[in-house]
Write a protein that binds this ligand. Structure first.
Ligand code: FES
Ligand code: FES
Length: 206
């Protein structure tokens, strides 16, 4: 199969690599470049475990072909820590016990940090909505919401917006609407908008 040469800047480091047209971004990151922070759960845009940021937007990296990411800046969970210090979202997950097995955690963090860039002072319902595309089988979500609120506070936003404490159910209906919103913001890459199959065809891969 024909390979394509692409360039990805991952966590600030430029990488040149050659990928098949069918290679998903998550596999390029994990298998070609060794960034294993993005986990593979469903490989069908449902779980969010593979979430990274592409040019600042949270994207489920199993929904994007590596060739589509050519020339972009990709941020993964490995890049959150700076100068030996945890990012506030990492500190939040630690302090608020926002994880158990940890499989969902990198994706949760990358969705949350992109969201906090857009909305630095979110209420609880906004946090739950932002994370609705990321599934967690362990925590019951409340401690994850607490972790994001902690990060918002640490980052200067406050984390206690107008709708805080409005009584959204602990699981927020995620079992049914998890595919509806992959990222915070209008640029969301959702299953309905972008699927590996569609993108594969658009690149002319065989
Ligand atoms: S692996 Fe589940 S959304 Fe990508
Ligand atoms: S901590 Fe186990 S899936 Fe979220």
């Amino acid at each position: 199969m024909t390979s394509h040469d692409i360039e990805l800047t991952v966590n600030g480091t430029a990488h040149d690599l050659s990928v098949e047209p069918r290679t998903l971004l998550v596999h390029a990151l994990r298998d070609e470049l060794g960034y294993t922070g993005a986990n593979v759960g469903c490989e069908s845009s449902t779980c969010g475990a593979c979430t990274v940021q592409v040019d600042g937007d949270a994207v489920k990296s199993c929904t994007m072909l590596a060739v589509q990411a050519d020339g972009t800046a990709v941020d993964t969970v490995e890049g959150l820590r700076e100068d030996g210090e945890f990012h506030p979202i990492q500190e939040g997950f630690r302090k608020e016990h926002g994880l158990q097995c940890g499989y969902c955690t990198p994706g949760m963090m990358m969705t949350a940090t992109a969201f906090l860039e857009e909305n630095p002072d979110p209420g609880e319902a906004e946090i739950r909505e932002a994370l609705e595309g990321n599934l967690c089988r362990c925590t019951g979500y409340q401690n994850i919401v607490n972790a994001v609120e902690f990060a918002a506070d640490e980052m200067g936003g406050g984390g206690a917006g107008a709708d805080a404490g409005d009584g959204v159910a602990a699981d927020g209906g995620r079992a049914t609407d998890a595919t509806g919103g992959v990222v915070a913001g209008d640029e969301a890459t959702t299953e309905s908008e972008t699927t590996p199959h569609d993108d594969y065809e658009s690149t002319g891969g065989n």
